[in-house]
Design a protein around this ligand. Structure first.
Ligand SMILES: [Zn+2]
Ligand SMILES: [Zn+2]
Length: 63
């Protein structure tokens, strides 16, 4: 289970793909202007979502 945790308050979110129930993998998306955003993607290609945020920061993923 992929668990995203907030470094500030300890809030945790489990992230899995709704289609195949696989834990989402951390990835980053290059915005093309020098910035990138942290995203979570399905390892089986079902798509990606913006990583959950808490306390104004991207939550980090630990498997
Ligand atoms: Zn938080
Ligand atoms: Zn999937």
């Amino acid at each position: 289970m992929a668990t995203y945790t907030c470094a500030k308050c300890g809030m945790g979110v489990n992230a899995t793909c709704a289609k195949c129930d696989s834990p989402l993998e951390n990835d980053s998306l290059d915005l093309g202007n020098g910035n990138s955003v942290q995203v979570s993607k399905c390892p089986n290609g079902h798509g990606k979502i913006k990583s959950p945020m808490c306390c104004g920061e991207d939550m980090s993923c630990s498997l």
